[in-house]
Design a protein around this ligand. Structure first.
Ligand code: C5P
Length: 213
C-alpha cells in the first residue's frame, strides 16, 4: 500500500513545524522537515566559505550534501535560514533534493503507514497527489513576534524590527522565485494561525485528516 502523505506548507514561523510534529506523533507517521535540507545546504556553504550567490556552487554542494549537518545546532540560526532561502531559489539545488523527499514520502522510514512533510512546495511540487494538503499562515507581524519570543526563550538577543524585516524578505524570496514558489495547492486546507492557538489548529487539521483517512 502507498504511504498516506500529509503535506504541510507555509511561510517561516507560521507554526507548521509544531503542527507537523504533533500530527506525525498523533498518527504514528514519520516526519520530515524539508526546510532542514535547504538549511543544511546553506550551512555547508557558510562552513566552506562559499559565495551564497554562486548558483553552480550551491547546486554542487546540494549534490554532495552532508546529511549529518541536519543535527548541527547551527542549523536553526537566523543566518542559516537566510542562506537556505537564497540557495532554495536555485533550480539545481531543488532538483538535487527532490528524490530524497519523494523517497521519504513514498517509503517512510520505520515502516510507518504514512509521512508528514513540511516545507514550501510539498503539496505543489514534491507530493502533488498527497491526500491531505495543509497551508499554514499567519501575519508577518505575528510570525516575527513568535520568532522573537522563541529566540528570547533560548537566551539569544532578539530585535523585533530586524526579525520582521527578515521575515518579510524571506516571504518575498520564497513567493517570488520562479521555481516552486511558495503558494497553497488548489486543494489545500488553509489554516491562518494569527489568532489561533496550536491546540485549535491541531483539532482543525485532525478533523480534516480524519475525513480522508
Ligand atoms: O522552514 P525553514 O525556515 O526551515 O526553511 C528555510 C528555507 O528553506 C525557506 O526560507 C525556504 O526558502 C527554503 N525551503 C524551500 N522549500 C521547502 C522548504 C524550505 O524552498 N520545501
Amino acid at each position: 500500500d502507498a504511504a498516506f502523505v500529509i503535506a504541510i506548507d507555509g511561510p517561516a514561523a507560521a507554526g507548521k513545524g509544531t503542527l507537523a510534529r504533533r500530527l506525525a506523533d498523533h498518527y504514528g507517521f514519520a516526519f520530515l522537515d524539508t526546510g532542514s535540507l535547504y538549511r543544511a545546504v546553506g550551512l555547508q556553504m557558510i562552513i566552506e566559505g562559499s559565495d551564497l550567490d554562486d548558483a553552480q556552487k550551491a547546486t554542487e554542494t546540494a549534490a554532495r550534501l552532508d546529511l549529518g549537518l541536519i543535527g548541527d545546532p547551527r542549523l536553526r540560526a537566523e543566518e542559516t535560514g537566510g542562506a537556505a532561502s537564497r540557495v532554495a531559489a536555485v533550480p539545481g539545488v531543488r532538483a538535487a533534493l527532490l528524490d530524497f523527499q519523494r523517497q521519504f514520502a513514498g517509503h517512510p522510514p520505520g515502516d510507518t503507514a504514512g509521512a508528514v512533510l513540511d516545507g514550501r512546495d510539498v503539496g505543489t511540487v514534491i507530493c502533488p497527489d498527497a491526500p491531505v494538503k495543509l497551508f499554514v499562515t499567519a501575519s508577518a507581524e505575528e510570525r516575527a513576534r513568535r520568532r522573537t519570543l522563541e529566540m528570547e526563550g533560548r537566551g539569544e538577543a532578539a530585535d523585533y524590527a530586524a526579525i520582521l524585516e527578515d521575515v518579510k524578505a524571506r516571504d518575498a524570496r520564497d513567493m517570488g522565485r520562479k521555481d516552486a514558489p511558495l503558494k497553497p495547492a488548489e486543494d489545500a486546507l488553509l489554516l491562518d494561525t494569527t489568532n489561533l492557538a496550536i491546540d485549535a489548529v491541531f483539532l482543525r487539521a485532525k478533523s480534516f485528516i480524519d475525513g480522508k483517512l
